[in-house]
Design a protein around this ligand. Structure first.
Ligand code: Q9C
Ligand code: ZN
Length: 342
């Protein structure tokens, strides 16, 4: 399988996130992508290619222009006020206040972010742009010959919505790629999100639409991030009603339970008749993931890949999302990709 990879991801290396009352080293770190790349090369999965540059136009098809502009300028505004230290928000535009965009960078951070775990650094803008390029280059290849492609995106994307960044995500790589498929000949696109966390950003972006089906398997948001979206009763709205399927599962979920949800997801996608599929793939469903509570093992990723390879029924772009057990990440990701490739 062809892999698309850019070393620009290293430009995103935040120092700390606020978790459980402590500032801890950011869990979403460059070693993640490095170890996946090393494993792909070690097993000879296939060619590894650098991305083309697409610029911001395809991003603006799913993200608000003012949000794109904010991410472009946030570091300079922050550094002018605070110096060379990661930017984290400390105030939020919650329910009982107004949705205004203040001119102060402090106010903007709280307007555009929804957590205190997604630092903006000197390299965030370039890393986030490159990550989208990695996804789009993969999409272009899939559209050209129908063969599966792996876009080794970093930073991840599925928590980023139209105009909010969070959950280590800035631009929604999978959503930009799905929209690119729509804009380049695919009438119906399905996004299957198998990251441990609900893909709240992708859901929000496509919630009112029937031309992009969103299906997500994830930990129950009652007890897991992102907490405020990802419940089973969210089925889409307006023209999009019936085109959003959430399959939340409890802490401790093992393969037998996961497989049932995967079968339901694949049945929905086949019934939809997608012309292209974007697989938002997080390996944080792994039993040793440091921030997650599912119990899949490394062989389960092979099983998952086999089922996906047989069941997706349309040309598939796999986009990397989460997965934080760095020691096993290369094996888990390559297990899925090798099995997916048949
Ligand atoms: N410090 C992905 O897997 N944790 N994102 C919030 C704030 C957020 C995970 C804690 C976990 C996000 C792409
Ligand atoms: Zn995740």
């Amino acid at each position: 399988m062809l892999t698309i990879y850019s070393e620009d991801h290293r430009l995103q290396h935040g120092k700390v996130e606020l978790t459980g009352g402590h500032f801890i080293p950011v869990v979403e770190k460059p070693e993640r992508a490095e170890t996946i790349l090393a494993r792909i090369q070690a097993i000879g999965l296939g060619e590894v290619r650098a991305p083309e540059r697409f610029g911001t136009d395809p991003i603006a098809r799913v993200h608000a222009p003012h949000f794109i502009r904010f991410l472009e300028t946030a570091w300079d505004e922050w550094a002018a006020a605070h110096g060379e230290i990661d930017a984290l928000p400390t105030n939020w535009a919650v329910r009982n206040m107004r949705q205004v965009i203040p001119s102060s960078i402090e106010g903007k951070l709280g307007y555009y972010a929804s957590d205190c775990g997604t630092p903006i650094t000197a390299g965030t803008w370039r890393a986030a742009l490159s990550s989208v390029d990695v996804a789009l280059t993969g999409a272009k290849r899939v559209a050209a010959d129908g063969k599966p492609v792996f876009s080794l995106c970093r930073p991840p994307g599925h928590h980023a919505s139209t105009d909010v960044y969070c959950g280590y995500c800035f631009f929604n790589n999978a959503a930009v790629a799905a929209q690119w498929f729509r804009d380049n000949g695919a009438a119906r696109v399905a996004v299957l999100d198998i990251d441990y966390h609900h893909g709240n950003g992708t859901q929000e972006i496509f919630y009112g639409r029937d031309d992009v089906l969103f299906v997500s398997l994830h930990a129950d948001p009652n007890v897991e991030y992102p907490y405020y979206l990802g419940y089973a009763e969210e089925r889409g709205e307006g023209a999009g009603e019936g085109f959003n399927l959430n399959l939340p599962m409890p802490f401790g979920t093992i393969w037998d339970r996961y497989r049932e949800a995967l079968d339901a997801a694949l049945a929905r996608i086949r019934d939809y008749g997608a012309d292209a599929v974007v697989l938002s793939f997080g390996a944080d469903t792994f039993q040793e993931d440091p921030i997650s509570q599912f119990k899949l093992n490394s062989d389960d990723f092979t099983r998952m890949g086999e089922i996906l390879g047989r069941g997706l029924g349309a040309p598939t772009l796999t986009v990397m999302e989460g997965g934080y057990a760095v020691d096993a990440l290369g094996v888990n990701v390559s297990n899925l990709l090798q099995a997916l490739d048949g």
